[in-house]
Write a protein that binds this ligand. Structure first.
Ligand code: ZN
Length: 190
């Protein structure tokens, strides 16, 4: 008995693949809301900050909400992609500025806490923005304060993974920040 190969009738249809989320085609770009997991380590490999054990970071790409070196490095990544990148102080929290170190009399500090090396104080910068001051030294009645960002002058070793990407809404673009989808109008102050 002969078995004849049967030719398929008509042209073969290509299998259709319809992704459930359009975001699989998206790549990180300005004006998008990006959700990512991250871990930040210093030169010694010590973890400085991580999203592990809590919610991923959600931010609006292109609005300088993350340090410039990291924002640049993750531009073009797709959902599910990971990246390891080292960011220099210049593209991170800046270099150490010696003019940001000052000596004050301890009488000028809040009375409620005894000044100790390493203690951080909330202060107000010359432009009215809140700044964080770190006590560097306590000598007699003289306290040395450092207004540099605690991560200034440090290389930042990031490990990130993109969890999701979506287009920002018109409101989010206008405000320059992400809105909570469960509370689009009242979740924050302007
Ligand atoms: Zn807003």
């Amino acid at each position: 008995m002969h078995v004849r190969a049967r030719r398929p009738r008509g042209p073969r249809k290509a299998a259709q693949w319809v992704p459930q989320e359009r975001s699989v085609f998206m790549k990180v770009a300005n004006g998008q809301v990006v959700e990512m997991e991250y871990t930040l380590r210093d030169d010694a490999g010590e973890v400085i900050d991580t999203s592990e054990g809590s919610d991923p970071l959600v931010y609006l790409h292109g609005e300088s909400q993350i340090v410039p070196g990291l924002e640049k490095a993750i531009t073009g990544l797709a959902v599910g992609e990971s990246l390891k990148v080292t960011v220099s102080p210049e593209e991170g929290y800046g270099t150490l500025d010696p003019s940001q170190v000052m000596k004050v009399d301890r009488k000028q500090l809040p009375r409620d806490a005894e000044p100790e090396v390493g203690m951080q104080l909330a202060g107000m910068g010359p432009d009215g923005h809140p700044i964080l001051l770190t006590i560097m030294a306590v000598e007699g009645s003289t306290v040395t304060l450092d207004a540099n960002h605690p991560l200034a002058g440090k290389n930042l070793h990031f490990e990130v993974k993109i969890k999701s990407i979506r287009e920002a809404t018109a409101d989010e673009l206008e405000h320059g920040h992400v809105h909570d989808p469960n509370d689009p109008h009242h979740g924050h102050h302007h």
